[in-house]
Ligand binder design. Structure first.
Ligand SMILES: *Cc1c(COP(=O)(O)O)cnc(C)c1O
Length: 382
């Protein structure tokens, strides 16, 4: 349960889970749906079809019951063999996660080290791959959620293709809905995502799409739960291999309907405007952004001045203001705060987030002019 304290509403500003609409919540109340019925198969197929344009592909994405990391693992297990050489870009926690999964499954991992808060460039991949021609697959992020940057995927993918025909797999878990990502237009082999980010439903479902070349490149490793060929065989008819999270599928249908009713380009425009407004607000309040460019539309990573204790700030935001923010991880722990505007958050959400941040920062000893962030944010949204 969320906290119920007098006059403190809880609001989510963490980059997943994101706010869930009442309609999506209500849909999940029909918790007794049996997944081996034609009506469930029909709903499942409607979801697959509505996911395809969001992932920018004509092939129907698979829906798995797992968090986003499950789809990352499924991608790696189904598209690599033991001993394969793979390349990842460690621009933050999630790039690191690709490396860890590759390591767990005994791939030979290569890593491009990227300063946290920056993105790798096309040439970084091109130069590396030109020297290491045995690399079979590149695993990267669309958004690095731990630092709030969006990768220049067009540039990176075309640079990779100049020197290599390796598979390209993209973790778009926090990017879908906030940025236009098209598997088919980019010409990549696999895209993964998850339910609790731009889709605005609780965690528990993940999505994975494969290109024709991806399907032809399925590996021969042992696997069980995440066997994509077995899934595809059943999911063609809406039948999952295992018991799916049925209540989440019901919520997913509602969210997907909403996203399509709004229109995908409108959804992305909205995120772009919200992100711009938040950047303008925090800068006008006297704070610096972690990234200098390649800002994500999903979330904004904000540097904290040295005299501010990030942990205390986040606790104050939560306890006194009901505002749930995320901090930094590892080398950024205590040093940044992450302000998400992903999924179905609206202008009044970000205005309250900014106001809460101003209050809490003032109380933690930061010398900013109260209201200056909110004012700039509102002007940007006008
Ligand atoms: C949230 C996120 C994940 C992990 O998803 P889980 O649902 O926590 O397993 C992976 N990659 C990125 C970029 C994310 O934002």
């Amino acid at each position: 349960m969320t906290d119920r304290r007098p006059f403190i509403k809880e609001r989510l500003f963490c980059p997943g889970p994101t706010p869930v609409s009442n309609e999506a919540k209500i849909a999940s109340l029909d918790a007794s749906a049996y997944h081996r019925t034609q009506s469930f198969y029909d709903m499942f197929l409607r979801c697959r079809k509505m996911l395809a344009p969001i992932m920018g592909t004509k092939s129907l994405p698979l829906i798995l019951t797992s968090s986003g990391t499950g789809a990352m693992e499924a991608a790696l297990v189904n598209l690599t063999n033991e001993g394969d050489e793979v390349l990842t870009a460690r621009a933050g926690k999630f790039g690191e996660r690709w490396g860890k999964i590759a390591n767990a499954y005994k791939c030979k991992g290569h890593t491009l080290e990227v300063k946290w808060g920056e993105t790798p460039k096309g040439d970084d991949f091109k130069n590396y791959l030109a020297k290491h021609t045995q690399i079979k697959a590149v695993f990267l992020q669309a958004n690095e959620t731990s630092t709030g940057v969006v990768f220049p995927l067009d540039e990176i993918v075309s640079a990779i293709k100049e020197v290599s025909s390796c598979l390209i797999i993209i973790d778009a878990i926090s990017a879908l809905g906030a940025h236009k990502i098209s598997m088919d237009e980019l010409g990549v082999d696999c895209i993964v995502s998850g339910s609790q980010k731009g889709f605005g439903i609780p965690p528990g479902l993940s999505f994975i799409a494969l290109s024709d070349r991806g399907w032809k490149s399925i590996s021969s490793r042992p696997r069980f739960y995440f066997d994509l060929e077995i899934e595809e065989k059943g999911q063609k008819k809406g039948i999952t291999a295992w018991t799916p999270a049925t209540s989440l599928v019901a919520s997913l249908e509602v969210s997907l309907n909403t996203l399509h009713k709004i229109g995908l380009s409108e959804v992305i425009d909205h995120h772009e405007k919200m992100a711009k407004a938040v950047r303008s607000g925090v800068q006008n309040f006297g704070l610096e952004l972690l990234a200098q460019s390649s800002y994500s539309n999903a979330l904004t990573a904000i540097k904290l001045p040295d005299h501010i204790d990030g942990g205390a700030l986040i606790a104050r935001l939560k306890n006194k203001y009901g505002a749930v923010f995320s901090g930094g991880q590892d080398q950024l722990k205590g040093k940044i705060i992450r302000f998400a505007h992903l999924g179905f958050s609206d202008r009044f959400d970000v205005i309250s987030g900014m106001a809460a941040l101003e209050f809490a920062l003032k109380e933690e000893g930061f010398d900013g002019k109260l209201g200056s962030g909110v004012s700039a944010l509102m002007k940007s949204l006008l």
